[in-house]
Design a protein around this ligand. Structure first.
Ligand SMILES: [Zn+2]
Length: 252
């Protein structure tokens, strides 16, 4: 069996590129898993917000209830007072007294009407609040159903990706064995220093596929020759020509 030292630069690049593609696939899964719990959390946050809104609506309904109760009492008192004055009218001694009583009766009558108006307005508001509560409850039901579906989906994906992640980790380790040890340590160092985990990139449209800086034609031709390892002078990533990049495919 040949050791890695006997491999040509091109073979070393292929080994490295293979490793990169396996690792990138693993990165993709991690990203996917990272977003799904977020979606569930967003739904749960929205539900919690709506439940707070329902509590607020309930408090408002309660306060309107007490207001209506208070207005009803005020109305009853005014009506009773009006009746009392009406009775007193039967025993008035003079016109002045009758006039004063009539004025009081009129005032109590106005008071009753005003309280009735308050009650009517409050009842309209009460109806609006109840409708608002029903709408909010309906929305919560819809969101809860969606959250439940997402949770199931998430559990399934976690179960599925766990299998795939284990497989990818195994493949990654296997691929590492074909990579020149010095190149492997460079690969791991570069990979860990970039959030997208890319250490080996193709030249695309005369530019580095990692940092998108232009690669001079002379260096591009060196890269195409595959006789030596060329790194991007801007970002330090290992460069391969796009033909090689497209040739190397990982079956996963
Ligand atoms: Zn670069």
């Amino acid at each position: 069996m040949a050791t890695v030292k006997d491999f040509s630069v091109e073979e070393k690049l292929v080994a490295l590129l293979t490793l990169q593609k396996i690792d990138s696939k693993g990165d993709e899964i991690k990203t996917l898993k990272g977003e799904l719990p977020m979606e569930v959390k967003d739904l749960e946050d929205e539900i919690a917000g709506l439940q707070t809104r329902i509590s607020n609506i309930n408090a408002e309904i309660d306060s309107i209830d007490s207001f209506i109760e208070k207005e009803n009492e005020g109305k009853k008192d005014a009506a009773a007072l009006g009746k009392k004055y009406e009775k007193q009218l039967d025993n008035v001694k003079n016109n002045r007294e009758a006039e004063a009583l009539n004025k009081e009766i009129e005032m109590q009558d106005l008071e009753v009407k005003l309280r009735e108006k308050h009650i009517k307005d409050a009842q309209i508001e009460q109806t609006e609040r109840r409708a608002q509560r029903t709408r909010t409850e309906d929305r919560i039901s819809v969101l809860e159903e969606a959250a439940a579906g997402k949770r199931t989906e998430l559990e399934k994906i976690i179960a599925d990706t766990e299998k795939e992640e284990k497989k990818l980790a195994k493949e990654s380790n296997a691929a590492k064995e074909h990579v020149d040890p010095r190149m492997l340590s460079a690969y791991e160092r570069i990979r860990s220093s970039y959030p997208n985990g890319l250490a080996v990139v193709p030249v695309l449209r005369d530019s580095c596929g990692g940092c998108f800086n232009v690669i001079p034609p002379q260096r591009q031709s060196e890269i195409r020759q595959r006789k030596k390892i060329v790194v991007c002078e801007h970002c330090g990533r290992i460069l391969v020509d796009n033909d090689l990049n497209e040739t190397v495919k990982v079956k996963l």
